[in-house]
Design a protein around this ligand. Structure first.
Ligand code: CUA
Length: 311
């Protein structure tokens, strides 16, 4: 992405420079050429349609080209590719907490493999922060109360700066970290050296039992709540006629504000879990619900990234 972003940026700088130089040159040339001289009178010129059309249409064309170019890059940057590896990010005053699907947790450091699409699902447990990795040309605000996402594809191993780019209090300037991009083999070694607490989805599954979710959300059709297998990533029919996509924000909302969206055929009887689960626990529950929709159906736990079927 960096090459595309830079090309547009360089184009804007070059265009601005050329225009500024042209304008300043004309100011100087006209000032000298049409300076006040004895016996020379100014001649008034009234309107010129070809001239006015030219100076309206040419800039419009240039601006439209810049707009379309920028929009194309924007949509590319906003649309995570299918099958990207998810990393959960929780921001707080003043640190970054990162959780891998495989279970590894990090603070102010994110290890990822080179050449893979990585999607970050981010939220804040207090104020607004912003996840900024200049080398990847990504910057995304991280908000309390919902998920925002950003994705990148690191092309070179190395260590890259991570900044918080939204003023978030006294230690804002200290809310920095690094993204460590590793060769896949090195990354696997790093992963296996981490915690033995199981994958994020497994943590979520345990919570799902502990909090009693499983008593209503049963894996058959007899539960008082919807069976959650295969729900994630599909449209959900609501009792008010709407259809919504079951994405991370939908699952999150259904846990914290269950009455906001009721699945057709069910009653609004689920209690809220607001204040009972931390952001990390929410992420684990989301990862678990997500894992219920991943093939193969038998293995609920998330597979390591390398084990996913690839073309
Ligand atoms: Cu977090 Cu600034």
């Amino acid at each position: 992405m960096a090459g595309n972003v830079d090309a547009l940026y360089v184009f804007l700088v070059v265009l601005s420079t050329l225009m500024s130089m042209a304008i300043f040159t004309m100011i100087v040339v006209f000032a000298v050429r049409f300076r006040r001289r004895r016996g020379v009178e100014a001649e008034q010129i009234e309107g010129s349609t070809p001239l006015e059309v030219t100076w309206s249409v040419v800039p419009l064309g240039i601006f439209m080209a810049i707009f379309l170019w920028g929009a194309a890059i924007y949509f590319q940057e906003r649309t995570p590719p299918q099958g990207a590896t998810d990393v959960y990010v929780v921001a707080k005053q003043w640190m970054w907490k990162l959780q891998h699907q495989e279970g590894a947790r990090e603070i102010n450091e994110l290890h990822i493999p080179v050449g893979e699409n990585v999607r970050m699902i981010m939220t804040s447990q207090d104020v607004i922060h912003s996840f900024y990795v200049p080398a990847f040309r990504i910057k995304q605000d991280v908000l309390p109360g919902r998920y925002t996402t950003a994705w990148f594809h690191a092309t070179k191993p190395g260590t890259y700066h991570l900044f918080c780019a939204e003023y978030c209090g006294t230690q804002h300037s200290g809310m920095i970290g690094q993204v460590v991009v590793m060769e896949p083999a090195q990354y696997q070694a790093w992963l296996s050296g981490g915690s033995a607490s199981g994958s994020l989805a497994e943590t979520g599954q345990a919570l799902f039992q502990q909090l009693g979710c499983s008593t209503c959300h049963r894996s058959d059709t007899q539960g008082r709540g919807p069976n959650l297998a295969g729900v994630f990533g599909k449209p959900v029919q609501l009792d008010d006629g709407r259809t919504v996509m079951a994405d991370e924000n939908y699952v999150r909302e259904s846990i914290l504000s269950p009455a906001a969206k009721i699945v057709v055929g069910f009653k609004p009887i689920m209690p809220t879990f607001q204040g009972m689960v931390s952001e990390e626990q929410l992420n684990a529950l989301v990862a678990y619900v997500k894992s219920l929709s991943q093939p193969p159906a038998g293995a609920a736990a998330a597979k390591p990234a390398g084990a996913q079927p690839q073309k």
